[in-house]
Design a protein around this ligand. Structure first.
Ligand SMILES: [Zn+2]
Length: 243
């Protein structure tokens, strides 16, 4: 056999081999040893997950949303609708959790960082509120002065609003002049009879929130939302509560 012929046969064999490994080419299945190895790896991964299931895996927030937690994010959570300590005197959430649209959560984390520099913290009273909860609230209090009608939808139902106050590093609330969800003119931003300390506390919160793009409403010192996201759809997703 001539040298040229041998080279030609080699080229043909190699090109066939490389063609068969292209996508769409004929693939031989992995041998049994290989597939057993893969199976073992999968089992190992399952076992690790079974031992340490991440909350986010068990009750995933919708894509583009984020959970804010006391443990991971350094907030104080006092989600009132998970208790009877609220203006409807009824438990509206199975458990107290804080979910927000991711962009809103990112802003909140930056505000937390700013306050931590001053040795202060944040307490959250309410974040995302599922639309079915808004409907149940409306059934209890069908009065638009206190509850946003479900057909309109609250900014809380869109995951772009939150109710919060400033605390000391230990979680003690700064004096804002009224309790959360106090319905009266003392809770209004326009009320001018509070002490200088209370005014300063409110101004600290409002200035920081506005700096990061949040807007306030006149009647509630604790409520802030991202005005540019107010046209997003309300969400009916509800979080799970099992440990
Ligand atoms: Zn609110």
């Amino acid at each position: 056999m001539s040298r040229q012929l041998i080279i030609l046969i080699c080229v043909l064999v190699l090109s066939c081999k490389s063609e068969s490994s292209q996508p769409g080419g004929t693939q031989s299945p992995p041998d049994q040893g290989e597939s057993q190895k893969l199976e073992a790896q999968t089992r190992k991964a399952d076992t690790i997950e079974d031992k340490q299931p991440a909350a986010a895996d068990r009750f995933p927030a919708p894509e583009g949303w984020r959970e804010i937690t006391a443990a991971d994010d350094g907030f104080f959570l006092d989600i009132r609708y998970a208790t009877t300590n609220n203006f409807v005197d009824a438990i509206m959430y199975g458990c107290g959790k804080c979910f927000l649209r991711a962009e809103v959560a990112d802003k909140l984390l930056q505000i937390r960082d700013e306050l931590q520099k001053k040795n202060l913290g944040i307490k959250l009273f309410d974040c995302y509120r599922p639309a079915p909860v808004q409907e149940r609230l409306w059934e209890k209090v069908p009065n638009a002065s206190y509850v946003t009608p479900p057909w309109k939808g609250s900014q809380h139902n869109r995951g772009v609003a939150l109710d919060l106050t400033i605390t000391t590093a230990d979680g003690e609330q700064l004096d804002m002049g009224t309790a959360f969800d106090y319905f009266g003119e003392e809770a209004h931003h326009t009320y001018t009879q509070h002490s200088a300390e209370i005014q300063a506390n409110r101004t600290l919160l409002k200035t920081l929130m506005e700096h990061y793009g949040f807007a306030s409403i006149r009647t509630e010192w604790w409520h802030y939302s991202i005005a540019s996201m107010q046209d997003l759809a309300v969400s009916r997703w509800e979080w799970g509560c099992e440990e």
